[in-house]
Ligand binder design. Structure first.
Ligand SMILES: *Cc1c(COP(=O)(O)O)cnc(C)c1O
Length: 425
């Protein structure tokens, strides 16, 4: 009897299989060879037979060359940091595809001359916040704050309330980030209470600016007091407000969430925000402010290191000018519609029931705001199987059940959700 290892098909032979040849075209040779090597190894160790190697390799091919997989966010957390924050609108996705080749991001096709980089996105941002004298876009809100500190407070002090020295996630702390520029934090007030006079007493020749940070991922409640933007603006020192979530105008569901338009109107010199939270766009840091302040930021040498790529500019512009992105749709969803969808989905599945539940804004926005919602409730053991399914579905565990909260699921994904659950039952 021949040694079975001798009959394991050779790599060349396998690469000639039409299915694997096609995969080589879309995924690249190295990746396909790695999948083939795994299958050959399984045959050598007797896990599969030699004539199963090709089929096994085909089945093990990833769907794309990158390892990131699509996920249906059924957590009920609208802006979920671990799931990539805001899902992009179709308009933004289309804009990214268009911009992905050679594109006129920094070129005027009429004159054949160099043009201002990202002018379309900047114009859309300026139009969305007309109270801003100037706008600028960097890589994320952390970069926006970094640029502000480098430009407006080199070697100087940034006055911040002790109640606003926040950690933004994954161990990153805003004070440490700001101090990495060489500017110093001057803490004022206490964790729960800071008064106008605390700020006023701290202002002096070393003051670079006052920084007001929106506590976007926690609530300080009880015996508390803070100082409004309007009062701080009256102190005369430059005032920067980090609103975090990226609301450009007030949102009725989130009355306590600051927005760029109102904060500028109240006298802030500069406002910073994220692009991929409540705005529902790509990761970006948005800066709104007086024209001369924005111009100084743009001209700082480090601005070049913080600039965004053409894909971000494309997605940001389309988010601002196009139809409401998924985040806006999730926030504005009608609870009655959510209930109807939950009932329709549950009726198609064994072990499932439609239940009312409460969704959250999440992702550094509107802590404490409860969004009435509806979910498909499944036995708890579905959760793990759904996570590794295709597409992956991430729900949340509550009261010993796996809830699939429909507020964060796009209605067009309902059928895929049904299929994903069926594949687990
Ligand atoms: C989310 C957040 C940040 C960090 O923003 P990134 O865009 O992730 O860099 C900073 N400040 C506040 C108040 C935030 O909510």
């Amino acid at each position: 009897m021949t040694d079975p290892r001798r009959r394991v098909p050779r790599t060349d032979t396998l690469l000639a299989d039409p299915r694997l040849a096609e995969a080589e075209r879309t995924l690249g040779r190295a990746l396909v060879k790695r999948v083939i090597a795994d299958a050959q190894q399984k045959a050598r160790s007797g896990d599969i037979t030699p004539d199963q190697v090709a089929d096994h390799a085909v089945a093990a091919l990833p769907s794309g060359a990158a390892s990131l997989r699509p996920v249906i966010n059924a957590t009920g957390v609208v802006v979920h940091t671990n799931l990539g924050r805001a899902p992009l609108s179709q308009a933004a996705i289309d804009a990214i595809v268009t911009a992905s080749g050679a594109t006129d991001v920094e070129f005027d096709l009429e004159t054949g001359r160099r043009a201002k980089r990202g002018r379309g996105a900047l114009a859309a941002l300026a139009a969305a916040v007309p109270t801003a004298g100037g706008v600028h876009v960097v890589n994320n809100n952390a970069a926006a704050l970094l640029l502000a500190a480098m430009t407006l407070a080199p070697g100087k002090e940034m006055i911040v309330s002790r109640g606003e020295l926040i950690e933004i996630g994954d161990g990153f702390r805003l004070p440490a980030l700001m101090e990495s520029t060489g500017a110093r934090i001057r803490e004022v007030g206490t964790t729960n209470r800071t008064h106008l006079r605390d700020y006023a007493d701290a202002i002096g020749p070393d003051t670079g600016f006052i920084l007001k940070v929106h506590p976007s991922n926690y609530l300080v409640s009880g015996f508390t007091s803070g100082v409004s933007v309007r009062e701080l603006a009256d102190l005369g020192a430059p005032l920067i407000v980090d609103i975090g979530s990226g609301l450009l105008t007030p949102h009725p569901l989130m009355p306590d969430e600051p927005d760029a338009t109102s904060v500028l109107r109240d006298g802030a010199d500069l406002v910073t925000a994220s692009g991929d939270k409540l705005l529902g766009g790509p990761q970006a840091g948005l800066l709104f402010g007086a024209a001369d302040v924005i111009e100084r930021l743009r001209r700082h040498p480090a601005a070049r290191a913080l600039r965004v790529d053409k894909l971000t500019l494309a997605a940001l512009e389309a988010t601002l000018t196009g139809p409401p992105p998924p985040v806006a749709q999730a926030l504005d969803a009608d609870p009655a519609d959510l209930r109807a969808r939950a009932e329709r989905i549950a009726a198609q599945l064994p072990d499932a029931a439609a239940v009312p539940c409460v969704a959250a804004v999440g992702g550094g926005g509107a802590p404490g705001v409860e969004l009435p919602s509806a979910a498909v409730s499944l036995p708890e053991n579905y959760a793990a199987a759904l996570r590794v399914g295709e597409p992956a579905v991430v729900g949340r565990l509550e009261g010993g059940r796996c809830l699939l909260d429909l507020r964060t699921v796009a209605p067009e994904d309902d059928d895929a959700l049904v299929e994903a659950v069926r594949a687990c039952s």
